[in-house]
Design a binder for this molecule. Structure first.
Ligand SMILES: Nc1ncnc2c1ncn2[C@@H]1O[C@H](COP(=O)(O)OP(=O)(O)OP(=O)(O)O)[C@@H](O)[C@H]1O
Ligand SMILES: [Mg+2]
Length: 344
């Protein structure tokens, strides 16, 4: 029954720290834990073993005597048990006891401490990325909010003031939407809140923002939209995806070139592409552009989080994100997302 490639181990002693030992051993692919024994039925590691469906017993001898065991790990610290093991174990079974098991014990506790520190570090690093990502996405509407408010102070033409005020309200609502999203994610990180989104309208809306966020000089825009492209997504997130990709495209063209936005439907998939005639991305950088904080821009122009956020969002929807680029010619990002069925 035992896999010959695995070392079959039994543990004697389920006291303090036994949980960590069990956890460590059960995570090693080359080890099979065949049982754990402790004379004390309330020993802490026994209940953990039960959860892992590892046989538990109070009868140490029954485990010691088993002929199919490669290794007995004795962490009872009880000299009487050493004697019991020596007398009753199968001749081929090896024993890890005494000073050796004490060293193993210390190692296990050390690993467990490092693991909890690592977990904490990862959590903090994740929060840092998250916070910077939020700041990144709030920055664009905030820019509009400030620029238009300043503009209103000097503007005397009432219709223009009204127009600016409407843009300010829109930008404020966008920030509100981002904040609502964050609270929702914080509550249920795995929830994907999707509704049918009109892709063409979202692309146009995003273009307005991307235009504001960068200085446009000699830029032509080509829109090649299929009539009705609807995908399942969270509208605010899709909006952020488009703004990030367009902002990058416009940056890459340095104010001069052609930005081509296209949308179409293919076999139940909504396909969106954002193409520029900018500087392109070198093969070496292509591997890194989705890494958080990878940027070739100056600190005031880029944080390196835009594409990371884009990829995370598309991944969440089980969509596809691909990039094609030629240095000196341009770059195309292609997004594929599940399309809303025609019956809707
Ligand atoms: N369309 C593009 N053309 C050329 N290079 C691009 C393009 N899109 C992304 N890149 C490269 O990928 C890098 C990472 O992009 P990403 O959007 O993640 O960060 P960023 O634009 O530098 O900063 P930000 O966090 O403000 O978006 C960019 O710095 C740039 O070198
Ligand atoms: Mg960017």
């Amino acid at each position: 029954m035992n896999n010959p490639d695995r070392t079959t181990v039994v543990i004697l002693g389920a006291g303090k720290g036994g949980t960590a030992l069990l956890e460590l051993l059960t995570h090693l692919p080359g080890v099979a834990v065949a049982g754990i024994a402790d004379q004390d039925a309330s020993a802490p590691a026994l209940s953990y073993a039960r959860q892992l469906e590892i046989p538990i017993t109070q009868d140490l001898l029954s485990l010691i005597r088993r002929p199919d065991i490669h290794l007995i790990v004795n962490v009872t610290g009880d000299p009487n048990i050493d004697g019991l093991v020596a007398t009753h174990k199968h001749s081929e079974t090896e024993v890890l006891g005494g000073a050796a098991s004490k060293v193993l014990w210390d190692l296990v506790q050390h690993v467990s401490k490092i693991q909890s520190q690592l977990f904490q570090t990862e959590k903090l690093a994740g929060m840092g990325t998250f916070a910077s990502g939020i700041a990144h996405d709030i920055n664009n509407p905030l820019y509009i909010l400030l620029a238009f408010s300043e503009n209103i102070l000097e503007e005397t033409d009432i219709p223009v003031i009204h127009e600016r005020a409407r843009s300010i309200i829109e930008a404020g609502k966008r920030i509100q939407g981002i904040c609502q999203n964050i609270t929702r994610y914080a509550r249920a990180a795995k929830d994907v809140d999707t509704t049918p989104v009109n892709v063409n309208a979202k692309l146009d809306e995003a273009l307005k923002i991307a235009r504001y966020a960068t200085i446009l000089q000699d830029l032509s825009i080509v829109r090649s939209f299929d009539e009705k492209v609807e995908v399942l997504a969270n509208p605010n997130e899709l909006f952020q995806v488009f703004v990030n990709l367009m902002t990058n495209a416009i940056h890459a063209m340095d104010g001069r070139g052609t930005l081509t936005l296209s949308s179409c439907c293919e076999n139940g998939i909504g396909k969106i592409s954002i193409a520029d005639t900018g500087c392109g991305i070198s093969t070496e950088n292509l591997e890194k552009i989705f890494d958080p904080f990878f940027t070739t821009k100056s600190p005031e122009k880029g944080t390196g989080l835009g594409l990371h956020n884009v990829r995370e969002i598309i991944k969440k929807y089980r969509g596809n994100l691909t990039v094609e680029s030629q240095v000196g010619e341009g770059t195309t990002f292609i997004i594929e997302l599940p399309k809303v069925s025609n019956s809707m």
